[in-house]
Design a protein around this ligand. Structure first.
Ligand SMILES: [Zn+2]
Length: 283
């Protein structure tokens, strides 16, 4: 069944989403995928130039989740023993630390931060797609005021990665160096993107990095093998292709809106099945 806003509203207001969730999502968990959390909304900017949630929207999502799900640690979520939600944030924007982290603390919600290390080595060398989105709002990157740049686009600093690594709620994980589509990389480049990001984060955080997320959720058998060979315990996708290694194609639910009818339908079990276990034979 395809998700649609109109259908989601009907399911929400009729109580079907909530009923379905009680029936279909008693056991198992959802791993949710977020990106940026901006301090504010900039009325003069096009939506593409400010794709993250605002702080207030992100808090509304946490409040909605708190009433319906337990917040799980990565270990709890992946063990299949507990039901609830695990939060993940992709790309390593500074606003994950400055804006999302205080709310994770307030709601005691664990999270994985999947960090592209180009950001950390040079926080103002934004990822390629971030630059092109920023340019939908300004004529040149130099034009962007420093406070907007920090709020919307800047990467985590090395010091912030260290603080994340020692934070009890945050798990530091890898998301390549420069965020390429890994299926288009040659073998050498693929290996470098996967291994170098792990090594950099381990050095900065002083902790082993066990988890990886594929940029744009894109992977194939060759990519999956390279990630496994680099020493990761598992990798997160969005929609799994079911290539036979559940631990290296962990499904996630992309959260794009904060409306309660959207969350209610999306996490009802009607559109996406919760994860029950990652073990067992290929499906
Ligand atoms: Zn990404």
């Amino acid at each position: 069944m395809l998700y649609h806003h109109h259908i989601a509203r009907i399911l929400h207001y009729s109580g079907i989403s909530a009923l379905a969730r009680r029936l279909l999502v008693q056991k198992g968990c959802y791993i949710l995928n977020f990106h940026g959390v901006n301090r504010e909304h900039y009325p003069n900017l096009p939506p593409l130039a400010q794709t993250g949630f605002r702080v207030a929207e992100f808090e509304a999502i946490l409040l909605w989740l708190q009433k319906r799900f337990a917040f799980l640690t990565p270990e709890e979520a992946l063990s299949g023993q507990k039901s609830g939600v695990l939060l993940t944030f992709d790309d390593g924007k500074q606003n994950n630390y400055t804006n999302a982290r205080p709310l994770l603390e307030k709601y005691e919600a664990p999270a994985i931060f999947f960090i592209s290390t180009q950001h950390v080595l040079d926080p103002d060398n934004w990822l390629h797609f971030v630059k092109s989105r920023a340019l939908t709002g300004w004529d040149s990157l130099e034009e962007i005021p420093d406070d907007a740049a920090a709020d919307l686009y800047r990467g985590l600093s090395a010091e912030q990665v260290r603080l994340c690594a020692e934070h009890p709620l945050i798990t530091v994980a890898a998301h390549t160096v420069s965020h390429p589509l890994l299926t288009t990389c040659d073998d050498r480049n693929l290996k470098q993107e996967v291994s170098e990001s792990k090594a950099t984060l381990e050095e900065l955080g002083g902790k082993r990095v066990d988890w990886f997320a594929y940029p744009n959720g894109v992977y194939d058998r060759r990519v999956m093998k390279a990630v496994k060979n680099a020493g990761y315990k598992g990798a997160f996708a969005v929609i799994p292709q079911k290539l036979g290694q559940a631990q290296f194609e962990i499904p996630r639910v992309d959260i794009s809106f904060s409306h309660s009818y959207y969350l209610d339908a999306k996490l009802s079990g009607l559109f996406l099945k919760p994860i029950r276990t990652l073990k067992g034979s290929p499906e």
